[in-house]
Design a protein around this ligand. Structure first.
Ligand code: H2U
Ligand code: ZN
Length: 342
């Protein structure tokens, strides 16, 4: 057998950020690219929908009325998965059954009063206002004693379970550090202890040299398809400067962050000619009062679409029971996305 060729041979890749492996099967995507734009009628939405619970002035499930907001609007989720007033306590039975009380706060952020827009359609200056809200919310919630992690995210599109096309995101803030950032904490900490540097800073340096997986680069941020991407067109936005959370961003960096979000999501929308669904979210340092110098701010985009607006990737079969797996390589996905840049 000749040497391993990552564009040819089945192989495993290591996710340095979360410590897990995935299976890559590039030989299966040797067949011609079947990516296609499907004739899906663009859903026409009004600027204001009287039945939308996120539009200005409308009533929500709990009977409260939204204000006539003109930019962004944040409210406590009426059906929050977490609650602030949960009695402390835990439950154990033998060594095997364990449960613990969890306190938290869930909020919803309307990105714009306009029902017909998505984050992609908004001007970079309007997205910048959303970045300011993320910053205020991270500060306010993170300052609470019992909140040790603030997860800011967006579910976009019905396939991702978003309940309403009105542009909005969510925040879940809670006492414990959830599983995904906890895995990244472990990896970043051990790298930082060993090398005295940020894992993602070193990773970014390598990617900027190789240039194979970069999609968009701005002054302060880079969007790329990570070497270990699981989802077909998964990307990560990494800050060039090493800082742990959104509070450390300068004014210039905040503006630049809005610009790269706009550029990346515009590329996504061009890929299959539809408003591109995804789950995206910020990963930043826990708000547990520790310094966490190992943490490096970044944002993940996990989109499910594979070959068209209607062909999605599902995590099933081997992926539920074994490892995640992908056919198209991250390098190929990056090239495809890059070719769509404006
Ligand atoms: P998603 O579309 O990402 O599910 O977010 C919408 C959230 O809005 C959802 O979590 C909340 C739901 O609980 N919601 C309210 O808080 N009030 C309402 O009147 C309807 C929906
Ligand atoms: Zn609306």
């Amino acid at each position: 057998m000749n040497t391993l060729d990552l564009t040819e041979h089945p192989h495993r890749r290591f996710n340095a950020l979360n410590g897990e492996w995935l299976l890559v099967s590039p030989h299966r995507s040797k067949r011609p690219w079947q990516g296609q734009q499907e004739d899906i009628a663009k859903e026409e939405r009004p600027q204001y929908d009287p039945k939308c619970y996120l539009c200005p002035g409308n009533v929500r499930a709990n009977g409260e009325f939204n204000p006539s907001y003109t930019q962004t609007f944040v409210f406590e989720n009426d059906f929050g998965a977490l609650q602030a007033n949960v009695p402390e306590g835990s439950f154990t039975k033998g060594n095997l059954l364990r449960a613990e009380a969890e306190r938290g706060i869930c909020r919803v952020i309307c990105f714009s009063p306009r029902h017909d827009l998505t984050l992609t359609d908004m001007e970079a200056s309007e997205i910048r206002r959303v970045v300011d809200v993320w910053q205020q919310q991270y500060q306010e919630l993170g300052a609470l004693n019992y909140i040790n992690y603030v997860q800011i995210f967006e579910n976009k599109g019905a396939v991702m379970g978003s309940s309403n096309p009105h542009p909005h995101g969510q925040i879940w803030a809670q006492s414990t550090i959830p599983v995904e950032p906890a895995k990244e904490s472990v990896q970043q900490l051990s790298y930082f202890q060993e090398h005295g540097r940020s894992l993602l800073a070193d990773y970014l340096e390598l990617e900027l040299k190789e240039k194979q997986r970069i999609v968009v680069e701005t002054e302060a941020f880079v969007a790329l398809v990570p070497f270990w991407a699981v989802w077909p067109f998964e990307t990560i936005i990494i800050s060039k400067r090493h800082f742990g959370d959104i509070l450390q961003m300068s004014e210039v960096e905040k503006t630049d962050f809005a610009i790269i979000i706009k550029e990346l999501s515009t590329v996504y929308d061009k890929l299959f000619g539809v408003s591109f669904p995804y789950s995206a979210g910020l990963h930043q340092r826990p708000t547990d009062g520790q310094a966490h110098p190992e943490w490096h701010f970044h944002m993940h985009f996990y989109p499910p679409l594979l070959r068209s607006a209607t062909v999605k990737k599902f995590m099933v079969g081997y992926e539920m029971l074994g490892d995640p797996q992908r056919d198209i390589t991250p390098e190929w996905a990056a090239e495809r996305l890059r070719s769509l840049r404006g």
